[in-house]
Design a protein around this ligand. Structure first.
Ligand code: CA
Length: 232
């Protein structure tokens, strides 16, 4: 069961008023506290001020676009899960969104039920991660503290994103075994996930940059050609 002592705060950054109202209703009904901003600039200021537990961010905004907004928020907050709403289903747009620091995305038009399910999945994973506060994962010389989502390697500290830690935990549970991309997608994003194999590859690159002394020649997060990845 999820902890319900404090209401989770969800911030929506979206300029379509009808959609914002619909989301506020639906999330409010589910017991979340909801705040909304109608532009990127307003959203960035609001996120800095209110520290939401999750951000739902539209890519097509007036003025500053969603990618830029995502990067700006990430500069200040490396941890808050950011879920992108995108009318564009093209893989390159999605990859660009994930590269700008988003964790997950839902393609418009979507059902509110689908969005709620994705948000619940994220919070369930956050809750599970928080129940293992002292967990440390070793990746070669690098050490990852799951609770604070930080990695240290040779005296340098890196902040890991929510999904980077999720992937790493999955690898750690199956250390030495090949974990297929499909299995990573199912376990980390859930069965109805939109992300593709390229999304997984993208997250692996990010992990290697933080955990491998030589990211171009990884010694611990290994590619198993045609299958997936393996942590050794
Ligand atoms: Ca919009």
């Amino acid at each position: 069961m999820e902890q319900r002592d404090k209401k989770r705060l969800i911030q929506i950054i979206e300029d379509e008023e009808d959609l914002v109202l619909g989301l506020q209703d639906a999330f409010g009904f589910e017991g979340f506290e909801v705040i909304a901003a109608s532009s990127g600039e307003e959203g960035i200021a609001m996120a800095a001020d209110r520290h939401p537990d999750l951000i739902i961010l539209d890519l097509m905004l007036p003025g500053m676009n969603g990618y830029k907004v995502c990067e700006q928020i990430r500069r200040r907050d490396k941890i808050v899960p950011i879920l992108i709403l995108s009318a564009r289903s093209q893989e390159n747009d999605i990859i660009r969104g994930l590269e700008s620091g988003a964790d997950d995305y839902v393609i418009k038009p979507f059902s509110i039920g689908e969005l709620l399910a994705r948000v619940r999945t994220i919070f369930r994973r956050v809750a599970v991660a928080q129940r293992r506060p002292s967990s440390i994962i070793n990746v070669g010389e690098a050490t990852v503290d799951v609770a604070s989502q930080t990695a240290s390697l040779r005296g340098k500290q890196f902040q890991l994103s929510f999904y980077e830690v999720q992937i790493l935990q999955l690898f750690d549970e199956r250390r030495g075994e090949t974990v297929t991309r499909d299995h990573i997608l199912d376990s980390v994003w859930g069965l109805d996930a939109n992300p593709t194999n390229r999304t997984v590859d993208n997250f692996i690159l990010k992990l290697r940059r933080k955990l491998e002394p030589d990211p171009a020649a990884p010694k611990h997060i290994l590619t198993v050609y045609g299958q997936g990845y393996k942590l050794v």
